[in-house]
Write a protein that binds this ligand. Structure first.
Ligand code: GLN
Length: 489
């Protein structure tokens, strides 16, 4: 099946004229048509336009860029000119919002020749860890459809795992690329905050949101990051630091690389299968010549609480743009402006978005600002300092992505705090603004009728050191075959 090729493999075949881009796009379309009914990873399709673009790329022939003619899936928060984009929220679904412009990331991919074929499911405006807050319903895990694919970029991760696209775009505010990648046995990366442009991507929490790839290998992530990273005049938080050659850097060996193992990331209550798989991965690095170092990140236990103060505060501000006046869900018969807002937002937003708007508005209000938001910002600095200290001793920090493999659909339906706890191992990197990725590192045991479920390994690097964690991930994938395992669909 050619839709299961990696970018690097597909590129070789395109260049050698063994396949055409139109065939590759058609293979992804066929795959979506045959398996997506049981997954719900794809929420809107852009097939005709994609096929037209593929034919254009085929006739221009060169395939000089590794992304030329490669079909991909886009999380439904990236704006693309003329393509319906809803943030998986009823407030933009009816009438459907169709952006008149492209996000910087999809524009850069277009320039490289990549072809966006479909939009993927996400939690509403990316708030969640399972896609269960999406107005389109949950995305199911391709390894066990009674379980979630993770969130919020669950549609993108499930789509890549199921070979519905060659790669996908996600966003990671508090783990939304890494966690679903871990749950679905694919590779996903959150770059340093400011490495990729957020322009044209619907915001959740602007000081935490990052744009990144979900792919089948670390090599593919390097190829994608190469195309999308770098200064964007339309996003003032992007850095003008030069973008290194991530793909060439992959060749550098991990011999002598210092890998820190933080004991705070191995806690009571985590799945023994997860702990074993992650510790085995560390041993594999030792075999490859890396040096393991025990480290401490003492403020780790505050990361989750800090995230769940800062994130809702920024949500409460970002969501205020959805007022139903210029676009999106509208109402008739409102008695006055306030009544209009109440109706539009009351009908348009789901419960998780409303919860965060309320928590954030409360925490930012005059009497509580110092106690919550300001305090959280101080703790954020302390968490960042933990990492700064750690990276004086080590090059990479190795940890699990999630404490357990994918949970069942509905498991946290009545318990938002249990859902928040799913992010426990991912918010440290978020607070520190550092790059972090997830790669497959094993499967749970198949005891008591539960099918084997994928386990993710998390690698974190110092700010702007995406190249270091990508080459560490690549070295692991050269030595193991977990990432080559695909679900039976
Ligand atoms: N699960 C986290 C949340 O609900 C992360 C979301 C994200 O990274 N977009 O906020």
């Amino acid at each position: 099946m050619i839709s299961s090729l990696t970018i690097a493999q597909a590129h070789k075949k395109l260049r050698n004229k063994e396949i055409s881009s139109a065939e590759l796009v058609q293979a992804c379309i066929d795959r979506i048509e045959s398996v997506d009914k049981s997954l719900n990873a794809i929420i809107s399709r852009n097939f005709e336009k994609a096929l037209t673009e593929a034919k254009k790329v085929d006739s221009s022939g060169g395939f000089t860029n590794p992304l030329s003619g490669i079909p991909y899936l886009t999380k439904d928060v990236y704006c693309e000119e003329g393509v319906p984009t809803t943030g998986c929220s009823n407030i933009l679904r009816n009438p459907t919002y169709t952006p008149p412009f492209d996000s910087t990331t999809t524009k850069r991919l277009k320039k490289a020749g990549a072809i966006s074929i479909a939009k993927t499911n996400t939690d509403e405006f990316t708030m969640g860890a399972s896609t269960e807050t999406s107005c389109y319903g949950v995305t199911r895990n391709p390894w066990d459809t009674t379980r979630v694919a993770g969130g919020s970029s669950g549609g993108s991760a499930a789509g890549v795992a199921a070979a519905e696209g060659i790669f996908a775009l996600g966003t990671d505010t508090g783990g939304s690329i890494r966690q679903p990648a871990g749950f679905c046995n694919v590779s996903g990366m959150r770059p340093t905050y400011g490495r990729t442009s957020r322009y044209g991507v619907m915001s959740m929490a602007s000081s935490l949101d990052t744009i990144g790839p979900i792919a089948k290998t670390a090599e593919d992530m390097a190829i994608i990051l190469q195309a999308i990273a770098g200064k964007d005049p339309l996003d003032g938080t992007t850095s003008d630091l030069a973008v290194p050659d991530y793909v060439s850097e992959l060749k550098v060996s991990v011999k002598g690389l210092k890998i820190g193992i933080p004991h705070e990331y191995f806690i009571d209550g985590m799945s023994p299968d997860v702990e074993k798989a992650v510790r085995d991965a560390a041993k594999e690095y030792e075999k490859l010549g890396a040096i393991l170092v025990d480290i401490s990140l003492p403020h780790t236990k505050y990361a989750l609480a800090t995230y769940y103060v800062i994130c809702p505060c920024e949500v409460s501000s970002n969501m205020s743009r959805y007022d139903g006046i210029r676009y999106g869900h509208g109402v008739t018969g409102a008695e006055n402006l306030l009544d209009h807002y109440e109706k539009v937002r009351g009908e348009g937003f789901g419960p998780e978005v409303k919860r965060r708007i309320m928590v954030g508005t409360y925490a930012l209000s005059a009497g509580y600002y110092d106690a919550y938001y300001r305090q959280a910002q101080k703790v954020r600095t302390l968490i960042g300092q933990d990492f700064t200290e750690a990276f004086k001793k080590v090059d990479v920090v190795l940890a699990p992505v999630s404490p357990t493999p994918a949970f069942t659909v509905g498991a946290h339906a009545n318990d938002p705090v249990a859902m928040y706890l799913e992010d426990a191992f991912m918010d440290g990197a978020v607070m520190a603004g550092i790059p972090a990725l997830s790669i497959p590192c094993g499967f749970s045991n198949t005891k008591s009728g539960v099918p084997a479920l994928p386990i993710g390994l998390q690698l974190m690097g110092a700010q702007w050191q995406e190249g270091t964690i990508l080459r560490a991930a690549h070295a692991y994938q050269q030595a193991t075959d977990w990432h080559t395992k695909t679900p039976n669909l």
